[in-house]
Design a protein around this ligand. Structure first.
Ligand SMILES: O=C(O)CCC(=O)C(=O)O
Ligand SMILES: [Fe+2]
Length: 226
């Protein structure tokens, strides 16, 4: 599970929230697949609406260009983000996201390897609404600052706690990774992050850095299915 701080600036968050205030929302059950429909109680911005599609595309472009997202997910395909809203005790009970998703308006399908929530409301403006993810090390509860995001394995059971005050607005998406194996993907992420912090430390030896880059790219070449 990876938290990405300040994926969006506060101005961008404000822009998304203002735009979402004037688009139609529908019952989230409409888009829940299989078992998930029984436990899903939220609102979802109408994905057919022109302005919602523009917002989704703007966020999609941002995600595809974000170095930490790219490093952690190695995305091959990203589902156009959906925007959801929880108010007045709305909740999404325990579920696992569908493994295969049809990409709207495209012949392509996507295997969900990583799920992402981008928080669009400040945590102090609502109670509840934590995203609770089951991991091998127990339950992780996340409630990020507006503009920050969490990336977690789509294979994990997760839920959104009831919102008991205010409203929680978020963008959610799924990514198919070029590296299907979560352990290898995580190790590649660690290697890349170590290389980045060496670069940022300013005292890395140029030749050693080149060698590490060489290793990283050859591992990607070996493991990435494109
Ligand atoms: O809103 C969230 O943080 C996650 C929602 C979710 O799990 C889903 O829509 O599949
Ligand atoms: Fe989910």
């Amino acid at each position: 599970m990876i938290v990405i701080d300040n994926l969006l600036t506060l101005d961008e968050v404000q822009y998304f929230r203002d735009a979402l205030a004037s688009v139609p929302f529908q019952d989230g059950k409409n888009t829940a697949m299989g078992m998930a429909a029984g436990v899903k109680n939220n609102g979802q911005a109408d994905a057919q609406h022109n302005q919602v599609q523009q917002l989704a595309n703007a966020l999609l472009a941002k995600l595809g260009n974000h170095p930490q997202v790219v490093s952690a997910a190695l995305p091959q395909r990203i589902f156009p983000p959906c925007f959801n809203r929880y108010t007045q005790s709305q909740t999404y009970g325990d579920h696992v996201d569908a493994a295969i998703m049809r990409i709207p308006h495209s012949p392509e399908v996507l295997r969900s390897d990583m799920s992402m929530t981008v928080f669009l409301t400040e945590p102090e403006t609502y109670d509840g609404g934590e995203l609770v993810i089951q991991t091998g090390f127990g339950e992780q509860r996340v409630k990020c600052a507006a503009g920050s995001a969490v990336l977690y394995p789509s294979s994990s059971l997760h839920k959104v706690m009831p919102v008991t005050r205010g409203e929680r607005i978020a963008a959610i998406t799924w990514m198919q990774s070029m590296v299907a194996d979560p352990h290898i993907r995580e190790t590649l992420y660690q290697l890349d992050q170590s290389i980045q912090s060496l670069i940022n430390s300013g005292n890395a030896d140029r030749q050693e850095l080149d060698e590490l880059h060489h290793v990283y790219h050859n591992l990607i070449r070996h493991f990435a299915a494109v």
